[in-house]
Design a protein around this ligand. Structure first.
Ligand code: PBG
Length: 327
């Protein structure tokens, strides 16, 4: 082959490299996660995630206009309620922080795609993603079927407020089907479901738990989120959520699970999302701050790798910065 065949010929100039580039990033690839608090009057910086704030609901309209102007694919909303209880009932409050923020965002920027994270861990006083019960050995666990009811009612309130897409993130069995039936029975047949179909029990959610005030008060999430050692199980979760009527599916986290993303991509024709989670974000921010790497290049390379692995869009705290850098 050599010296006849020389791949470097196509790397010689920027124009040649652009001509043969296989994957490109676009601001529309990015979905910005936002944290809305019911109690704050001013934005409150999240210490573990430099550049990310918890926001008062009164800021919803402005950030919606900003996201739309930046050309983002959408936003996804998390809520910090005034009060928490054992069941997370505040997640079903039609005037909770998320429904309020959705209404303000859709009023201010009707063309912005607004998604809502559907989970109760921000709303429960114990920080778990559902209603607790004792198992046969007396150990506290999350009751799958009891949790489905709270979450379906929460998704319904998010739909009523105007969410385009609800995104159940709590890894209870049967969640997609129950939410689909609930939404359809109430006339919300046009609200789509983005399922966190493949969500691992990951250390990379650490910084988020300060942002969303949802660290479990005891134990961990390994009884409901997936084991990091499992890849075939990801395909099983995918198949179940497809059968239950998911419109889109997600793999989470992203960077430590690019192999999973690529395998899921091969198995599904549904739009595929990846969540570039808080720990992935915090690592780049910390390394950049310490002068260890170039933030802009590292961020865009990380996002590109997620798209190259198969994601159609990426939930990322870098969304506004990355959109600006691509401009
Ligand atoms: C649960 C939820 C979590 C994240 C998104 N939704 C935390 C968890 O499962 O513990 C993590 C997102 C991130 O780390 O950026 N509602």
């Amino acid at each position: 082959m050599f010296p006849t065949i020389r791949p470097r010929r196509l790397r010689r100039t920027a124009a040649l490299r652009a001509l043969v580039r296989e994957v490109r990033l676009d601001p529309a690839d990015f979905v910005l996660p936002l944290f809305f608090s019911e109690t704050l009057a001013e934005p409150r910086p999240v210490g573990t995630m430099p550049g990310v704030d918890q926001l008062p609901v009164s800021h919803a309209a402005n950030i919606a206009r900003e996201a739309l102007a930046a050309g983002l694919g959408g936003v996804i909303l998390f809520g910090l309620p005034k009060e928490k209880d054992a069941r997370g009932e505040a997640a079903c409050d039609p005037n909770g922080p998320v429904p309020q923020a959705v209404r303000r965002m859709k009023d201010a920027a009707p063309d912005l795609v607004v998604m809502t994270d559907t989970c109760v861990d921000e709303y429960t006083d114990h920080g778990h993603c559902g209603v607790l019960t004792q198992d046969r050995r007396g150990v506290m666990v999350v009751d799958n079927d009891a949790t489905l009811d709270v979450l379906a009612r929460s998704a319904l309130e998010q739909a009523k407020a105007g969410a385009d897409i609800v995104a159940p993130s709590y890894m209870m069995d049967g969640r997609v089907g129950v939410i689909r039936r609930t939404l359809d029975a109430e006339g919300f047949t046009d609200v789509a479901i983005l399922s966190y179909a493949v969500k691992y029990a990951s250390a990379f959610y650490g910084p988020f738990r300060e942002a969303a005030d949802c660290a479990p008060k005891f134990g961990d999430r390994t009884g409901y989120q997936m084991d990091p050692g499992n890849a075939r199980e990801a395909l099983r979760e995918l198949a179940l959520d497809e059968a239950e009527g998911a419109d889109m599916v997600m793999v989470k986290p992203a960077l430590p699970y690019l192999d999973i993303l690529a395998r899921v991509r091969e198995q599904t024709n549904l739009p595929l999302a990846a969540y570039n989670v808080s720990g992935e974000y915090a690592m780049i921010k910390a390394a950049a701050k310490a002068g260890m790497l170039d933030e802009k290049r590292a961020t865009l390379e990380a996002l590109l790798s997620i798209k190259r692995a198969g994601a159609d869009f990426i939930l990322t705290y870098h969304a506004l910065d990355a959109a600006q850098w691509l401009d």
